[in-house]
Design a protein around this ligand. Structure first.
Ligand code: TYD
Length: 136
């Protein structure tokens, strides 16, 4: 199978249904998200300026959305890195399997929603960057 690169990881533009009373963004499996969502989790109460992530995933694919506030996501395929600033609740970053990711520069009060292709499995994580590079 072809190895994913950072260039396969792109911003997903989600629908935004606007009204004077506020906006709605619907998210549907295989419509806006290129996989079946098996798990969602969200990061919140993150101190301003804090960082998270700093791990790789073997098979997990995800879409990350800044539901509120902003933060940066740096993805790394071992050869190239790309940084995306997420700051709109109708824009997601699709991270393909096999990437290292760092989340940084959280604004205080931000909420990071993650839609994930698998349920939680610690064996899918690569926690050490040297080990991540060795797998390539
Ligand atoms: P981790 O994925 O390392 O957090 P982050 O990448 O955001 O810094 O997870 C932190 C802890 O939470 C770790 O002990 C595993 C646990 N956890 C679960 O039990 N289930 C989950 O779905 C997630 C994402 C984490």
């Amino acid at each position: 199978m072809k190895k994913n690169t950072v260039f396969d990881c792109n911003i997903v533009h989600l629908p935004k249904i606007h009204s004077r009373q506020g906006n709605i963004t619907p998210v549907e499996n295989n419509v806006n998200i290129p996989f079946d969502v098996k798990r969602i989790y969200y990061l919140y109460d993150i101190p301003g300026g804090e960082s998270r992530g700093a791990h790789g995933h073997k098979d997990l694919e995800s879409v990350i959305i800044a539901l509120s506030g902003s933060f940066d996501v740096t993805i790394d395929d071992g050869e190239n890195k790309k940084t995306f600033q997420l700051n709109r609740p109708y824009m997601g970053l699709n991270i393909k399997p096999g990437m290292w990711r760092d989340l940084s520069n959280f604004s205080s009060g931000s909420i990071c929603l993650v839609l994930a292709s698998h349920i939680y499995n610690e064996n899918d994580y690569i926690r050490n960057y040297e080990d991540f590079l060795k797998r390539l």
